[in-house]
Ligand binder design. Structure first.
Ligand SMILES: *Cc1c(COP(=O)(O)O)cnc(C)c1O
Length: 420
């Protein structure tokens, strides 16, 4: 058994009691999204034969078609592309960008600089071969306001006659700023469509799926992408990504994914269909558990004197919980404690290390069944002031709670006097 101090267990107990009203609200979102997912299954008459996959070209793969119909239903969208050959969230996003944008077009991010892995795709800071910049697509980003909110007047000003696509990142990524919730996404869409009704609104939905009752396509987003080893894989999808939205735009992404002329009509699913369907079925639950875990982390760490973002009572639109741990020792200890409570590699001791693209060393914890599936419960962050750890995921609230208690009890006592 993990050695959790009694005083910490007591504090956790008090925290949970105080969080009950928030947990009730989260339960209400969860039951709504469970119904939404179940309705997609029944409407599309999901049957035992849909669990089987295909080989070779993968023509007429009924399971694959049914999965895509379920995704389209959940997003209230025309069409979806959901494939095991989409290797990551970055790949899904790149399909949308390269599928829709042409030389001479302008791409405008309205939520500041996109997530790190998109920089080379766009061609930031320089046009690496094959990047959008290399293909002659211009890019600008409108910074968020000091409060981390969309800067509406600046967005309207930054739109040009050749602005073909607006780029919105829903989740905060690895930044100490609010995530962009569905209401804000809706307000951005209203604004940009007023300036140009033909502009394509794209949303990077990674970590956001099923956290709220609506998805970006329900408030007017034209094209949305994400990863299946995050929310919608439900912890069971071992790989994959999705694109969903307006039919012509999803077709454009599919032509980029394979080749024009074959688009989405091909793609062997091997034995992935069963895992995708079962993962999708469970996704409202795993997402809800992860959100509750994030709220619990924030509440407990607040009690111990640490600052958190989002704040404990703030409504959520993604799974990320950022915590200022105030010292390198606390970051390392937190990760070591979390790792100890991981199902895979629980015996491994995380060490800070160098990472390409980072000036500072990075520490990470995450013992997951699927490699790199941060939504199974993980923590990471570059070791630099104010020593922010990003905590996310977890497949059950109980495992998340145990992980956090293990993480916190590793933090040296003088750094959180309140524990004992
Ligand atoms: C995870 C993530 C991505 C990229 O996904 P990968 O699967 O790591 O390529 C993009 N944007 C956001 C906000 C993410 O959280």
């Amino acid at each position: 058994m993990l050695n959790i101090p009694t005083a910490l267990l007591q504090l956790a107990h008090e925290t949970e009691a105080e969080l009950q009203p928030i947990f009730s609200k989260l339960n209400e979102i969860s039951i709504f999204n469970h119904q939404k997912v179940l309705a997609a299954f029944t409407q599309n008459r999901i049957s035992e034969y849909h669990l089987k996959g295909s080989t070779g070209y993968g023509y007429d793969d009924l399971g694959r078609e049914a999965i895509e119909a379920c995704f389209a239903a959940i997003f209230r969208a025309d069409k979806a592309l959901v494939r095991n050959q989409i290797v990551s969230g970055t790949h899904a996003i790149a399909l949308c960008l390269f599928g829709v944008l042409r030389p001479g077009d302008h791409l405008l991010s309205v939520t500041g600089d996109p997530y790190d892995t998109l920089h080379e795709v766009i061609g930031l800071p320089q046009a690496v071969p094959g990047s959008l910049a290399d293909w002659g697509v211009d890019f600008d980003s409108v910074p968020l306001s000091e409060q981390g909110l969309p800067s509406f007047p600046l967005i309207a000003e930054a739109m040009r006659p050749n602005t073909k696509m607006i780029y919105i990142q829903r989740s905060r990524g690895y930044a100490w700023r609010p995530s962009i919730n569905i209401n804000q996404i809706s307000a951005i869409i209203d604004l940009v469509k007023e300036v140009n009704p033909n502009v394509v609104v794209f949303v990077d939905n990674c970590y956001g799926e099923l956290v709220e009752k609506q998805e970006p396509t329900e408030v007017g987003a034209d094209l949305v992408a994400g990863s299946l080893i995050k929310n919608l894989g439900g912890g069971l999808a071992p790989t994959g990504g999705y694109v969903v939205g307006r039919a012509d735009l999803v077709d454009a992404a599919a032509n980029r994914w394979t080749a024009p002329g074959i688009g989405a009509a091909v793609g062997a699913t091997f034995n992935f269909n069963a895992a995708f369907l079962q993962g999708l079925y469970l996704a409202p639950k795993t997402v809800s558990e992860a959100v509750k875990g994030a709220v619990f982390a924030s509440g407990l760490l607040n009690k111990l004197g640490f600052e958190t973002s989002p704040a404990t009572t703030e409504p959520r639109t993604d799974l990320i919980q950022a915590v200022k741990l105030n010292s390198p020792e606390a970051m390392i200890a937190f990760c070591r404690g979390l790792q100890k409570a991981s199902p895979i590699d629980g015996h491994v001791r995380p060490e800070p290390g160098d990472m390409p693209g980072y000036d500072d060393q990075v520490i990470m914890a995450g013992g997951t069944f699927t490699q790199g599936a941060t939504m199974e419960m993980s923590a990471d962050g570059p070791i630099r002031p104010p020593y922010i750890i990003y905590f996310q995921g977890g497949l059950s609230y109980e495992y998340i709670k145990i992980g956090l208690l293990s993480a916190i009890s590793e933090i040296p006592l003088h750094m959180s006097d309140n524990i004992m």
